[in-house]
Design a protein around this ligand. Structure first.
Ligand SMILES: Cc1ncc(COP(=O)(O)O)c(C=O)c1O
Length: 377
């Protein structure tokens, strides 16, 4: 049996209960929310998903949950919707390309000024550092909640609290933390983006973002089109969620999230976190006993999600990854993980790392088998 250690990329299997709901849905009529009478049911599915996701993030208003094609699309919508020409933007030196590339395109086009806030090699920072980088025209702070390379959790609430003191807008990328780290979206956050297919255990191709209380007024719809509402006007509707949900929705994707997040809530994110912490701690303490292996990121499982990158000096990361798969069926991801910035921060650019990441299906004996395989390389 293969051992899957690539949860940071995607959760490989939907639960049986989720699959059952999706089968039933797919066997029925195709529905389009807001477009015809039957579409009412699609709208109801979306509302069900908004409610449970709202609950997951402690929201009082589920209409602030907006669906999109994923975390990348959400982050692009947020960045392009919030910045204006001449703005100065701050972002972390461990960002994923989902934020780094759109920000850098805007910089290259002369639309914004951009500074990366240098994190330490473990992938965290002293939030106070932000103060010294804020200028008169600084408008936005973009930050990932946990690096997808290093696993290190950033002090996001503290950083965004400081950003708020200076009137900045804030975007939080929860691709690696939604569903695995308890988190309440409070007033420090304008946009909180999530992916559906990672910790939230839904289908790929669905995701979204939570709009903070004041962000809706400031954010322009970066993608516009038909919403089935306010069709007399060439402007997008003012009300949520329609303002940011143009086009036909991915209803089966949304249904997968409704069903999977209901399960997550039944288990409780606290207990998911506890379990993942145990797994990560076991892996890190095992790695420390293996000679000639460098563990990147923090070694403190209280400060990281279940993502651990390693370097074996003198060995090529892709080669190590291939050997682990060929000899023991261990599925990892090697290279730069769509985050060259994080690798530069950790000192692992351009060679990259072998990344192990764990999730709801990971067992202790699998961790031990991975450690044994690494020891025997
Ligand atoms: C930190 C981070 N941000 C954004 C993304 C993009 O997510 P998606 O590919 O689902 O849009 C990822 C995916 O790995 C990620 O790890």
């Amino acid at each position: 049996m293969p051992i899957y250690a690539n949860y940071a990329a995607t959760t490989p299997a939907l639960s049986q209960a989720v699959v059952k709901e999706l089968r039933e849905y797919a066997g029925g009529a195709q529905l389009n929310a807001g477009r015809n009478f039957e579409g009412l049911e699609a709208g109801a599915i979306a509302l069900r998903a908004r409610r449970v996701i709202g609950k997951l993030f402690g929201l009082s208003d589920p209409l602030r949950v907006i669906f999109s094609g994923g975390a990348t699309q959400s982050l692009n919508m947020a960045i392009h919707g919030l910045v204006r020409p001449g703005d100065h933007v701050l972002a972390m030196s461990v960002e994923h390309n989902a934020t780094a590339r759109p920000l850098d395109y805007l910089r290259k086009d002369g639309v914004i000024e951009l500074d990366w806030i240098q994190c330490d090699p473990e992938g965290s920072l002293d939030p106070e550092k932000i103060r010294g980088l804020i200028r008169k025209n600084t408008r936005l702070l973009v930050m990932t909640h946990a690096s997808n390379v290093l696993g290190t959790i950033l002090p996001v609430r503290e950083c965004c609290r400081i950003a708020r003191e200076y009137g900045l807008l804030t975007i939080l990328d929860m691709a690696q933390t939604a569903g695995v780290l308890p988190f309440t979206v409070d007033d420090y956050f304008d946009i909180v983006a999530f992916a559906g297919h990672k910790g939230l255990r839904g289908l790929a191709g669905i995701g979204g973002f939570v709009l903070g209380k004041s962000a809706a007024e400031r954010m322009r719809p970066w993608i516009s089109g038909g919403t089935g509402s306010g069709s007399h006007s060439l402007d997008m509707p003012e009300f949520l969620p329609d303002r940011f949900e143009p086009g036909t929705q991915n209803t089966i994707g949304i249904l997968s999230l409704a069903a999977s997040v209901e399960e997550i809530l039944r288990t409780g994110v606290e207990s998911i976190r506890k379990r993942e912490r145990v797994i990560t701690a076991r892996f890190i303490s095992g790695l420390r006993t293996i000679k000639n292996i460098r563990v990147c990121g923090t070694l403190d499982p209280d400060r990281s999600v279940s993502v651990v990158s390693v370097v074996i000096p003198g060995r090529d990361a892709a080669e190590v990854s291939r050997l682990l798969f060929e000899r023991r069926g261990i599925i990892t991801r090697s290279g730069l993980h769509c985050s060259p910035l994080a690798h530069r921060t950790a000192g692992t650019f351009p060679g990259g790392t072998v990344r192990f990441s764990f999730g709801n299906g990971t067992r202790e004996d699998e961790i031990d088998a991975i450690l044994e395989a690494l020891d025997g390389l």
